[in-house]
Design a protein around this ligand. Structure first.
Ligand code: HEM
Length: 409
């Protein structure tokens, strides 16, 4: 979860350098101080591939980073913030077994590979419609016009959100983003998250009632059914899971598409390879997840003491596992800083690892592959039109605010 505002510049995980080039910043830690104590954030920062992968699989590195925080601060928190954290504490990504096991099994039942495959044609036609809307303009911001709306529309449709309500969802998701991804630059992030979450929960309760009365083929109906058949999912957990899927399905995939297009625009030879052989696109998406994936860091809370490279991580300490550094670890990947769409290695940690491995990975891969293939096919002359890049200054995710491009019409 998020960390407190910061005051001095030493070890600034969110300083301009770390935000613009996390690979240089966290790569230096990986080589010189692989289990780094960051005084400013009062957190450990773990950066080597083998250590990050092992920590993802080690139950002493607890995913439950909301419950203890809620317990410790609930007396001083106002009611709205407490309610927001209460929803987050029901997200399975923030749970340890046995609750995690139970929730994941139920969500998995709704969010099946079949449900994802069914979306294939729909994803392509949404992507085509989005490209149609700007294809004659000769220029576009690919985040705003393409990478953002595509996954947002897809997850809204999968959940069963009526098309006319999509814009509301965008606002609520943006409201929550600063809190969940550690966006310290927004002083209003708590207030925004509280109002966004309250409205979202109220809206979802309405949809759940509607699909309980009149089931349709969508994820909300499947979750309601899972609750009714197995009686193992509380009403609050159904609502929380919908907010998690909505949120998980939005911004991360936007960043996969945005970071991927940027990597291709900055590596013309790789982009040509892909244009000449679109069958490489699936593998290219894996390489994007490794080379510049959306999950920069993932937080954990120590449940027990652990000694690693001679340092003692104490029970209660916060830890950041950094896939952005692990995925460029020369101990794991040959020439890790080279972007190679034909690398053929999907052992990256871009979707995490172990019991919390991303449940949405098949959907993200499908969307990323279709989006990149179609865009390169339809706008083959695409070129970057930005002098400098503007990255979201957040700790846990990596994504562009804008991706301005020009192209021949
Ligand atoms: C490229 C896009 C995506 C990336 C990079 C990504 C990344 C991740 C990562 C790193 C985790 C593990 C977090 C942890 O261990 O604490 C995770 C978990 C999760 N993701 Fe994704 N994700 C993406 C897309 C999606 C989509 C599209 C959905 C759903 C619509 C989704 C739903 C989830 C869920 C439900 C979990 C929790 C799984 C669990 O705790 O067992 N993700 N994701």
């Amino acid at each position: 979860m998020t960390v407190e505002p910061i005051t001095d510049d030493a070890g600034n995980l969110l300083g301009p350098e770390a935000v613009a080039d996390p690979y240089g910043f966290f790569g230096a830690l990986r080589e010189d101080d692989p289990v780094h104590w960051n005084e400013r954030y009062r957190s450990w920062v773990i950066t080597r591939y083998a250590d990050v992968a092992a920590a993802f699989r080690d139950e002493r590195f607890s995913a439950d980073r909301i419950g203890p925080y809620l317990e410790a601060s609930s007396r001083t928190m106002d009611g709205g913030l407490r309610a927001t954290f209460a929803v987050l504490s029901d997200w399975l990504v923030f749970k340890d077994p046995p609750d995690h096991t139970r929730l994941r099994r139920l969500v998995h039942r709704a969010f099946t590979p079949r449900a994802v495959t069914r979306m294939q044609e729909r994803v392509a036609s949404i992507a085509d419609e989005l490209i149609d809307a700007f294809a004659d303009d000769g220029e576009a911001d690919l985040i705003e016009s393409f990478a953002y709306p595509l996954p947002a529309i897809v997850i809204a449709e999968m959940l069963g959100v009526p098309a006319e309500d999509r814009d509301l969802f965008k606002r609520w998701s943006d409201d929550l983003s600063g809190l969940v991804f550690g966006g310290m630059e927004d002083p209003n992030r708590h207030r925004r998250a509280v109002s966004g979450m309250a409205e979202l929960v109220e809206y979802l309760e309405g949809l759940i009632q509607r699909y309980t009365a009149q089931p349709e083929e969508n994820l909300i109906t499947s979750l309601v059914r899972a609750r009714e058949e197995h009686d193992q999912l509380s009403e609050a957990e159904v609502v929380a899971t919908c907010t998690l899927l909505l949120f998980g399905g939005h911004e991360t995939t936007t960043n996969l598409i945005g970071n991927g297009l940027l990597a291709l625009l900055e590596h013309p030879a790789e982009r040509r390879r892909l244009q000449e052989d679109p069958a490489l696109t699936k593998g290219a998406v894996e390489e994007i997840l490794r080379f510049d994936g959306p999950a920069k860091a993932v937080a954990r809370l120590m449940k027990d003491d652990v000694v690693l490279h001679g340092r003692t991580l104490r029970r209660g300490d916060r830890v950041f596992l950094v896939p952005a550094a692990a995925n460029r670890d020369p101990r794991q990947f040959a020439e890790p800083d080279r972007f190679d769409v034909g690398r053929g290695d999907s052992s990256h940690l871009g979707f995490g690892f172990g019991i919390h491995y991303c449940l949405g990975a098949p959907l993200a891969r499908l969307e990323g592959t279709i989006a990149i293939r179609l865009l390169l096919e339809r706008l083959p002359s695409l070129a970057l039109a930005a002098e400098s890049l503007d990255w979201h200054p957040v700790l846990l995710s990596r994504g562009l605010r804008r991706l301005p491009v020009v192209f021949g019409t």
